[in-house]
Design a protein around this ligand. Structure first.
Ligand code: SF4
Length: 210
């Protein structure tokens, strides 16, 4: 409340003025109401809607759990624990043995040599397959349980190699057993065999739905 002296009437009247900090700002002019155009309504309609997925009970209890299809789990298990049958046929076998040794160390891929076809799932045909040896190779392959894979290591196992004119040499081991990966070379270096194993692991993951 404040007293103001009005000169004309020489009397004091009381007027009420709002405090400076309570002065209200003039209202902004409101835009005239406008109907939305069809394009604006359509844009509103096309906005992606958010959907909150309810969490299942096991996710609430075990929030870090990983959910993957069973065939992927099986394929990862198979490719990470390949057990090659240990047998060699010719000079390529020396390179295969070198690949198992400490310098290259196939074990770090989970690849462990196994001296029996009963528990092995990979056959590395490393060397020249003669027609005399072919029935034994086929028998060993048939003794391996499914699923099983074959790596043809070197030119001899793939197509006879330097012995293409020898009647006593089988012109490719795929004449008697199915081959999954061919490793070229005469002989292939250990890195080439490791590359063949990586290709086989890739193939196992690719064929996990079959
Ligand atoms: S491919 Fe060459 S190194 Fe391998 S077994 Fe044949 S001849 Fe020997």
């Amino acid at each position: 409340m404040e007293q103001v002296n009005v000169r004309d009437r020489s009397e004091t009247i009381e007027v009420t003025r709002p405090a400076p900090d309570t002065v209200e700002a003039p209202a902004a002019p409101t835009a005239p109401h406008r109907e939305k155009t069809g394009v604006e309504r359509e844009l509103e309609r096309l906005q992606p809607s958010t959907y909150e997925r309810p969490e299942s009970l096991y996710r609430q209890l075990l929030p870090g759990i990983l959910q993957v299809p069973a065939d992927t789990v099986l394929a990862v298990s198979r490719k990470s624990s390949l057990w090659p049958l240990t047998f060699g046929l010719a000079c390529c076998a020396i390179e295969m043995i070198a690949t198992y040794m400490s310098h290259h160390d196939l074990d770090r891929f989970g690849i462990v040599p196994w001296p029996s076809p009963r528990q092995s799932d990979v056959m590395i045909v490393s060397g020249t397959v003669t027609k005399k040896m072919a029935p034994a190779v086929k028998l060993l392959y048939e003794q391996m349980p499914n699923p099983k894979w074959v790596i043809s290591m070197g030119a001899c196992a793939t197509n006879g190699g330097p012995y293409t004119r020898y009647d006593r040499v089988l012109q490719g081991v795929d004449k008697i057993i199915p081959v999954d990966v061919y490793v070229p070379g005469c002989p292939p270096r250990p890195e080439a065999l490791m590359d063949g194993f990586l290709a086989l692991q890739h193939k196992i993951m690719e064929e996990r739905h079959k």
